[in-house]
Write a protein that binds this ligand. Structure first.
Ligand code: FA5
Length: 342
């Protein structure tokens, strides 16, 4: 009898070891402990034994019954754990990841500055115009009072196409296109990329951004020019600014000026920022030359106007204290991210 028990125990152990899924445990239980199971049928044989043997074998069968049930229970726990672990491997999500840390993108400092300038001028009644990067000599030079062979063409190192078109060297062609489209009085600004075949250094690049402005009306004077530019700079730098005009030569304005702003850091005392000058050179401007008004179909006898053009990149560098123009154009996201909250 003892051998029969041992064989049964071994058989149970073997079957249990092959079980990989919880649902298969039920069939093991049925085949050993169920009504028609192996242990139950052994119980049925008890009646053929003597009283003493029956008591002995009965105890043994009960012990086996308990042992089988315990093994089944513990196997169930083991399988449950392993199934859970497998699911975790497949289906886990990391709830510790901070959703706010996702890449959200940010505005480039040049775009921030351009939009700021547009907002400022729109609030002062100006219209924002666009123009093509690829221009004709007429719009980039001739209409701007720079005829062929005029030495002023050498001031801009120009990228030419074989068919005579060129990459615009300034945003001033937008003035001409604006005048063709609009009847005076009008106020326009034109931001955009410009291209010059120039050597790159900390303050020069061959592709940069300018912001053009023009106002045409009756009786426009230098006083209007100063008012609008001073207001614009006050808004950009969020403080009262002092400006000065120096004579400057641009063929499309007469008189022409360079506009400087008193250094905001040293209040004109002279510092590293303004290279000890106390003033910062900002932009070119002046009263629109009569030839330019004529090229844009505006009668210079009736109307006058001012125009200005400035580098958006350099203004952004001043505002955000960036000492080199190259990283500004370098596409390094870590650099751009610094400005994401501005
Ligand atoms: C002009 O381009 C004139 N069209 C501006 C103007 C418009 C004058 C209307 C009068 C009336 P200038 O070449 O100085 O001017 O360029 C204007 C600004 O562009 C400069 O003050 C500077 O801020 C910026 N700039 C010029 N060259 C570069 C360069 N290589 N890299 C970065 N910024 C530049």
């Amino acid at each position: 009898m003892e051998k029969v028990f041992q064989a049964l125990e071994q058989e149970f152990q073997k079957v249990l070891e092959t079980i990989q899924q919880i649902r298969d445990l039920d069939s093991v239980k049925t085949s050993f402990l169920g009504k028609k199971g192996k242990l139950t049928s052994m119980m049925k044989q008890l009646k053929d034994l003597s009283n003493e043997e029956r008591a002995e074998v009965g105890k043994k069968i009960n012990r086996l019954k308990t042992a089988f049930q315990e093994k089944l229970d513990s196997k169930r726990v083991t399988l449950k754990k392993s199934e859970f672990n497998k699911r975790m491997e497949k289906e886990w999500i990391d709830i510790t990841i901070d959703p706010m840390a996702e890449e959200t993108g940010s505005m480039h400092p040049i775009s921030i500055m351009q939009q700021r300038l547009e907002d400022i001028f729109v609030a002062m009644g100006f219209e924002v115009l666009d123009g093509p990067h690829i221009e004709t000599e007429f719009y980039n030079f001739e209409a701007l009072n720079i005829p062929e062979h005029h030495p002023a063409r050498d001031m801009h190192d120009t990228f030419y196409f074989e068919d005579g078109h060129l990459l615009r060297t300034q945003t001033s062609p937008i003035q001409i296109r604006g005048m063709e489209k609009l009847d005076p009085p009008f106020r326009i600004v034109g931001p955009g990329k410009v291209f010059r075949c120039e050597r790159t250094d900390a303050s020069h690049d061959s592709v940069f951004h300018q912001f053009e402005g023009m106002m045409v009306d009756k009786n426009i004077s230098v006083a209007n020019l100063i008012y609008f530019l001073k207001t614009m700079l006050g808004e950009v730098f969020e403080s009262e600014v002092e400006v000065r005009l120096r004579p400057g030569y641009f063929p499309f304005v007469e008189p022409g000026f360079e506009l400087d702003m008193r250094c905001l850091l040293c209040a004109g005392e002279g510092c590293k920022f303004c290279k000890q000058v106390g003033w910062i050179e900002l932009l070119g401007c002046g009263m629109v030359h009569p030839n330019v008004l004529r090229a844009g179909n505006v009668d210079p006898e009736k109307y006058s106007g001012f125009a200005f053009g400035m580098g958006i990149d350099r203004l952004a560098m001043l505002k955000y204290d960036i000492s080199d123009i190259r990283p500004l154009h370098g596409g390094n996201l870590n650099f751009a991210r610094v400005f994401s909250i501005k």
